[in-house]
Design a protein around this ligand. Structure first.
Ligand code: SME
Length: 155
């Protein structure tokens, strides 16, 4: 793996469609989970320039901060707490157009305005979440849900 990521202009769907084959290439050459999570956060942050892209991993019944790109973040989140803990508890994707309107939202950065969290599932069990924050409101929609679900499915 020596090539740079090809950054794409265009609609959000076009950006995902061009990014996904590159992510497949990145992941297929490496079996180490942390290495793959780290490169995935870099690929997503570089393409979309979101405020924060990162993983929290389930460890001893808590979410613990994993590989990420962006400002420093909360290190531990309890099940059912915040957007991440709610995604974990419900094993569902959560889109938050305005973080101030999500009851119990955990503000790791005051710059975060909207957020999407996807559970990482294996055999029906959540083993982590992908959390993405934007510094603008209303940044995540069904297009993000569809393509990000495909991306986490590659892990
Ligand atoms: N806002 C998240 C916490 C993680 S940070 O955004 C990186 C939440 O409410 O779970």
């Amino acid at each position: 793996m020596s090539e740079d990521l090809q950054i794409i202009q265009g609609s959000k769907a076009e950006q995902y469609q061009a990014l996904i084959p590159q992510i497949k290439g990145l992941l297929s050459g490496e079996s180490d989970l942390i290495a793959n999570l780290a490169n995935l956060t870099a690929a997503l942050k570089t393409q979309f320039r979101w405020l924060w892209v990162g993983f929290y991993l389930v460890k001893e019944n808590e979410l613990v901060l994993g590989p990420f790109q962006g400002p420093i973040a909360c290190t531990r989140i309890q099940k059912g707490r915040g957007v991440c803990g709610t995604s974990w508890a419900s094993a569902s994707i959560i889109i938050v157009p305005d973080v101030e309107k999500f009851p119990g939202h955990i503000a790791c950065s005051s710059f975060s305005k909207s957020e999407i969290v996807l559970p990482l599932l294996k055999a029906g069990e959540v083993w982590g979440v992908l959390d993405i924050d934007s510094s603008d409101y209303n940044q995540f929609d069904e297009t993000d849900r569809q393509y990000l679900e495909e991306i986490v499915g590659l892990l």
